[in-house]
Design a protein around this ligand. Structure first.
Ligand code: BTN
Length: 238
């Protein structure tokens, strides 16, 4: 069972417990029972929370688990939503005077510790943007890095308030992009981006250095054989 509410252009379906909010989003899209554009699925707990590259996302009560559904049938650059979500989280942190950092493509860190992750999945004409934000607790390590939470940063907000702030930020970033292509989107992302020596994994592994973001949102990766422009993959800093 879920409780439905409205916030700005969004409809929110809030569940006590789900396997994964992204999986519920997929079921709703595939059922074709409603138009799911601008629907947000949230749950207080997830039993099978998923991260990128098949990882588990530990989903304890008190943290935010939300999946935003957007119709991308008329969107020329749906891959930019990954940045839109990351920026929405960064704007939330900045509101509380915390300096966010972006580990390409869309992990949000604070002082090198991961506070939020984003899992983007396409389903039919829709994009599901799954956001996990550590509010009350965090696993000590996630893959290769330490993690943190809003509580550890002395930010006292609950999941519901965080969802509203995040949704409002996301709506205004999308609007701003529609109006004027979010002038200097690449520059904004580039300022947040952690740069330096890294291994890029895209099936194979390539050593190089993250230099920045180009005007199209691609990551500029300098390798022994020259400059590559990368649109997807996983990076590990070395
Ligand atoms: C990552 O950093 O690996 C991405 C983590 C994404 C977690 C969120 S929580 C809400 C949504 N539902 C899921 O099962 N995963 C995403």
């Amino acid at each position: 069972m879920f409780i439905t509410s409205k916030f700005q252009e969004f409809t929110i379906r809030d569940f006590e417990i789900l396997d994964s909010t992204n999986d519920e989003a997929k079921r709703i899209i595939l059922s074709k029972a409603i138009n799911p554009d601008n629907l947000i699925i949230t749950a207080k707990q997830q039993t099978k929370g998923r991260g990128r590259v098949g990882r588990e996302w530990v989903s304890e009560e008190g943290n935010l688990f939300a999946s935003f559904i957007f119709d991308i049938s008329k969107q020329p650059n749906p891959e930019l939503y990954s940045y839109f979500c990351a920026l929405a989280i960064c704007d939330l942190l900045k509101k509380y005077d915390v300096k966010p950092e972006l580990k390409w493509p869309n992990d949000v860190l604070v002082t090198n510790e991961k506070i939020a992750g984003i899992l983007l999945e396409k389903c039919s004409n829709f994009l599901i943007c799954g956001v996990g934000l550590n509010i009350d607790s965090n696993p000590e390590y996630l893959s290769d890095r330490k993690t943190t939470s809003l509580k550890s940063l002395n930010i006292d907000i609950d999941a519901n308030t965080a969802l509203k702030l995040l949704s409002a930020n996301l709506a205004s970033i999308k609007e701003e992009y529609k109006k004027n292509h979010l002038r200097n989107l690449a520059g904004i992302i580039d300022d947040l981006l952690i740069k330096g020596s890294a291994v890029l994994s895209m099936g194979n592994r390539i050593k190089g250095a993250i230099m920045g973001i180009d005007e199209e949102g691609k990551m500029i990766f300098k390798t022994e054989s020259g400059i590559e422009k990368i649109s997807s993959g996983e990076v590990f800093f070395i």
